[in-house]
Design a protein around this ligand. Structure first.
Ligand code: BTN
Length: 279
């Protein structure tokens, strides 16, 4: 392996960053156009604004987000120059009820990319259904999928990916310090974000091409099952203030969670409004 010095975020021009990403990018269509922003409220919001005028495959990256969003209306902390805050614009010809599964495609691709990049560290990389990526048991990344529909037709899908790359402990707010991590915190070294971006995009394109062509999760599902942090575990399912304990049995073919409740009933859970706490 060759090592090179990682340039501090501020010292690189957009052209340098594009060139560096393209050095590692092997995609056919994803990420051929990359838009770099210094600051933005949310890359997902920005991507949505541009979605009518841009083709499938553009990627929006921002050094920081001032109003980064997570699932269920949560805030996503996105400090300047420390992470990958990016949104991918997709225009699949799939029905709207299939679109939430794109989150699992993205989770599988981030998980695969991190495993490959981190192989010398033997740290577990897992998917906490439906959209959290865990590194050594703590949250290192998250996915937020949003879609625009016109009547029945899906106009565009935006997959937002947040990855805590070089954040230090003090970059996290107090309430996240024990639950969140970054590649830097887990491995003790600074990571080149451009290379990671390319590796995630490479992996995403191949899994997504299969999903959008067949409408089936295929390999993404295999990866999410294999790397699941929750299968076989007791969890608390929360929905609108109600909580239920359950054992997670598996993921179904549509990416839904199959659980056994305390009364023995087996139930299917779709991601929607559900949040999941591991016991
Ligand atoms: C979650 O864990 O709840 C999802 C987090 C998703 C964060 C990413 S960062 C890039 C994109 N822009 C956003 O505002 N959110 C997503």
């Amino acid at each position: 392996m060759t090592w090179r010095k990682i340039s501090p975020p501020d010292s690189m021009s957009d052209e340098d960053r594009t060139q560096l990403i393209h050095e590692f990018l092997f995609t056919k269509w994803l990420g051929h156009k990359i838009i770099f922003l210094d600051t933005v409220d949310s890359t997902n919001t920005e991507c949505k604004k541009r979605s009518l005028n841009e083709k499938e495959g553009i990627v929006i990256l921002s050094e920081e987000q001032t109003a980064g969003r997570g699932r269920l209306g949560r805030e996503w902390v996105s400090p300047k120059g420390k992470g990958i805050w990016m949104s991918l614009l997709l225009k699949p010809g799939l029905p709207s009820d299939k679109i939430p599964q794109t989150t699992l495609v993205a989770a599988a691709s981030v998980c695969t990319a991190l495993e490959a990049e981190l192989k010398e560290f033997s740290l577990p990389v897992e998917v906490k259904w439906p959209n959290d990526i865990l590194l050594d048991g703590r949250k290192v990344g998250g996915i937020l999928t949003e879609m625009q529909v016109n009547g029945e037709k899906v106009q565009s899908v935006i997959v937002g990916i947040g990855l805590n790359v070089n954040l230090r402990r003090e970059d996290f707010p107090p309430m996240l310090k024990d639950q969140a991590t970054s590649l830097f915190l887990a491995t003790g070294r600074v990571w080149e974000r451009e290379r990671l971006i390319a590796v995630v995009l490479n992996s995403f394109e191949s899994l997504y091409d299969n999903f959008s062509r067949t409408g089936e999760l295929g390999e993404s599902l295999t990866i999410c099952r294999l790397k699941s942090a929750v299968i076989g575990r007791q969890v608390i399912l929360s929905n609108n203030g109600t909580e239920q304990q359950a054992e997670v049995l598996s993921l179904g073919s549509q990416g839904e969670l199959l659980v056994r409740l305390e009364n023995g009933m087996v139930k299917t859970v779709i991601s929607g409004e559900i949040s999941l706490k591991m016991l």
